[in-house]
Design a protein around this ligand. Sequence first.
Ligand code: ATP
Length: 580
Amino acid sequence: MKFVELAAYFEKIEHVSSRLTITSLLAELFNKLSPEELEKTVYLLQGKVVPSFQKIEFGMAEKTVIKAIVLALNIDKSYFEKESKKMGDLGKAVEFFKKQFISFEEKALTILDTHKELYKIAVAGGDKSQEYKINSLSFLIRQLDPLSTRYLVRIPLALMRLGFSDMTVLDAYSWMIGGDKTLRPLIEHAYHVRPDLGYIGRILKEKGIKEMQKIQPVICTPIIMMRAERLSSGKEIIDQIGECAIEPKYDGFRLQIHYKKENNKAEVRLFSRSLEDVTYMYPDVIEGVKKQIIAKEIIFEGEAIGFDPTTGSFLPFQETVQRKRKYDIIQKAKEIPLKLFSFDLLYLNGINYIHEPFVERRKQLETVIQAKGDVLKDIVVLAPHILMKDPVKIEKNFDTAIAQGLEGIIAKKLNGTYQPGARGWNWIKFKRSYSSKINDTIDCLVMGYDFGKGKRTDFGIGAFLVGIFDKRQEKYATVAKIGTGLTDEEWRTLELRSKKLESKIKPDNYYVDKQMVCDVWISPSIVVEIRADEITKSPVHTAGLALRFPRLERFRDDKRETDTTTLSELKKMLIEQEKV
Ligand code: ATP
């Protein structure tokens, strides 16, 4: 397919907000493509050239893209800048100017040609790379028609934002194959094991739906992480899963480690909960993995937590989180060394372990970690683990964990499988906060904000609206508007992030009462962890429930917009609260 035909679809999608219409447009487009075209198109639709978990960034700022545009169109830079500022959209500006100067160089480039060139631009590195990127982008601008250039320049600037999520693409795949969305669960299951939308699409096209059951984990592609259900007593845990393994719940950050060793060459990749490649942030963990893991190929998980080398005690999350940074990595690694408490094995030397019972996964994990029992030298350690069937002993273990400054405990069902992407009863977290009636925090989506009056105007935000996901309606329903309790730094962070995500209209999947309408809407992206004193019934919040005295605990950059607490979970928390 020619890129110009794809651009026509980009344009149609850009102008609709109904998820159903977008799904059917995508399905129609996908049906017209070859397997390879489908794979690349899906990346381009997301404004990328590779799956989102691969850390390939264009490294082109707006200024550089403008250089490419003025070079291609041979126009005066300041004139172009002035005009594009007036239009407020670089994509539309290049399209406009392209229309004025009909180019003899225009060729009907295909999707594959365009993707290939963009890929080369993205991976170019080294001394002369900026020059190469400008020249190549400029060449593409000359060769493509006006509408195509609108979208082309948005890709390196990460401004594609067509307003749909991975889930819509999965729906569209189901429509493409079966004419409705009934195949989505099967496809989604495969996607949880291998969340590379392009790859999944290509395999569907090439080999059909049957192949989805055969999708296997692969090193360097993260598996969507499994999550825990919550309960608040030893008795409830035993009633639910019987004898189980109890592990401490460390409050650090979860890492999924991918490691392979071939001909003495070792490669390690670390992924966060939101599937971000965070390898570069943790050189100490990488060193530990290389030294201590005995395997050819492995995918395993653990929680990394900071510790004080002088006392050997764990650091609170607020300190550990300082390791999440882009600069001064080596220095901070010395100040806040990490320990990786490893707790699960997903893949080992060609064997997929996700369908194996927990005890088996744990047994294998124990065989691959070499720890010398030296608190200071061992970076990778096994999470301690005791089998228990007595609720009273579980409660005692919980109290000990709290006394050690941990978050609580996690109970693991002995024959439970690893369920990628699911929150299930195979893992149960048991946390308790004594200061409030509810014993867990709630992960909410920031949906919009009001400008506000008084001191808050300094930050441009007076109050922000948060919501959770209502799975039945496939919409975000509101639970609180928060106007106090943030530090100046947090207000500033929120403002900065919100600016980039402002949406002209209320996103289609936001369900908001008139009384909660915001001055500015924010596209689904920012997840915040909220602590509240109580869950109450609410006539104005569309969840039917509201959070009383909500306050920001932390930004959850490790979570995607699809990872918020769900309405059914919040309802369960209300039931738990009523027991207190
Ligand atoms: P929370 O906000 O309670 O940390 P969450 O919503 O981030 O939970 P859950 O899946 O509900 O995520 O809780 C499990 C989290 O606890 C895991 O993602 C992991 O980061 C952390 N964790 C700490 N210790 C363990 C452990 N021993 N086993 C499994 N997960 C652990």
